[in-house]
Design a protein around this ligand. Structure first.
Ligand code: RTP
Length: 155
């Protein structure tokens, strides 16, 4: 396998404890994979509450912050890094609006979730957060760079 010289855009995607408990891991991975994005990091872990607070530090002042961090640390989370052209923005599109009541059908939350506090998935909202979240959840050596055969047909 050839190794990429220039690195492509990457985003951090997490399947929250509700998505894991509901058996939606493969469904979610399938949607990103079939689109043509490439999985370059993957693990399952139960984050500590402190870790959840770090991940959601931007929402510290929100009324739901404490409940959210309790929830995220309540069970296994599937942490992933996906790579591809425009993956940060388009990943958010695949995921759908934060509140599943407003997510379009065809999106992950639109098809698979009902309430905002159980919206099954997280995706970085921009290049800066993507960089921060990837380095919070993954060590550099846990991420792989590789070329797959499909890529020459996707790009
Ligand atoms: P996202 O990227 O997850 O679409 O959402 P966001 O960061 O744009 O939105 P934010 O309001 O910061 O929410 C982050 C996550 O907190 C949970 N949440 N719970 N009322 C509630 O109980 C409530 N509101 C939001 C959601 O899981 C949301 O994804």
């Amino acid at each position: 396998q050839e190794v990429h010289a220039a690195e492509m855009e990457r985003t951090f995607i997490a399947i929250k404890p509700d998505g894991v408990q509901r058996g939606l891991i493969s469904e979610i991975i399938t949607r990103f994979e079939r689109k043509g994005f490439k999985l370059v990091g993957l693990k399952i872990m139960v984050p500590s509450k402190g870790f959840a607070q770090q991940h959601y530090h931007g929402a510290k002042e929100r009324p739901f912050f404490n409940g959210l961090c309790d929830f995220i640390s309540s069970g296994p989370v599937v942490a992933m890094v996906w790579e591809g052209e425009g993956v940060i923005r388009y990943g958010r599109k695949l995921i759908g609006a934060t509140d599943p009541k407003k997510s379009e059908p065809g999106t992950i939350r639109g098809d698979l979730a009902v309430v905002v506090a159980r919206n099954i998935i997280h995706g970085s909202d921009g290049p800066e957060t993507a960089k921060d979240e990837i380095s919070l959840w993954f060590k550099p050596e846990e991420l792989v760079s590789y070329t797959n055969n499909a890529e020459k047909w996707i790009y």
